[in-house]
Design a protein around this ligand. Sequence first.
Ligand code: NAG
Ligand code: CA
Length: 224
Amino acid sequence: MKLLLLLVILGTVSAKVQDLSGKMFTFPQQTNTAHVRLNPNTQGYNALTVCHRSFTDINKDHALFSLATPSHANSFLIFWQNRNQEIQPHVRDAKVEYGGWDYKLNTWHSICTTWDSVTGLVQVWFDGTPSIRKLTTSGGAIDGTVIAILGQEQDSHGGGFDINQSFVGMITDVHMWDFILSSCEIHQYMEERYYPTGNVLNWRALDFEITGNVEIENKVQICH
Ligand SMILES: *[C@@H]1O[C@H](CO)[C@@H](O)[C@H](O)[C@H]1NC(C)=O
Ligand SMILES: [Ca+2]
């Protein structure tokens, strides 16, 4: 009972659908608790595109997007691995590594990742540049109850957070589709021009819950 009460007090602040156009989530400190849970419109994916923009100054590992199902904690994970300076997409617990990006600190980066279950090929787009296509895992869909989280990396379904893999900084324009966007559409996302909104997660009608210290703020604009 006491534990339950404590969890309620410490726990979830809000659960609602909001248009977050022009807004961002600010993760102001390293913790192993603060996060945003995103509630998807559909479950069960044979293909995916996930896009987000992020800004950080932490010179260490961090998760940019963590999607878990009961059978795979890393059902769809986008991870920055600092030692090797790699963006590492994981799909159904299979990992690939992409190095050679100019992942500068204190800069907005637009990242889109695509995957298709038939070929098992994954591809990352980083600030307008596509990677090569690499094999993760093919022949199986991402299925089971989805828990999608920003700010923490799930080692279990909805938990197992590690402070040293948490995200500090800002994240905006998170969209997820259950198909692969065309390269033109991805390019338009990167350039912040017109692009279709996500049919699974839509930043302009986002169903989410904040736990702990995460702020919703206006996107940082640099005035000239
Ligand atoms: C996180 O990293 C710090 C510094 O490297 C280390 O001292 C600490 O034990 C790590 N914490 C966990 C939970 O791994
Ligand atoms: Ca982990």
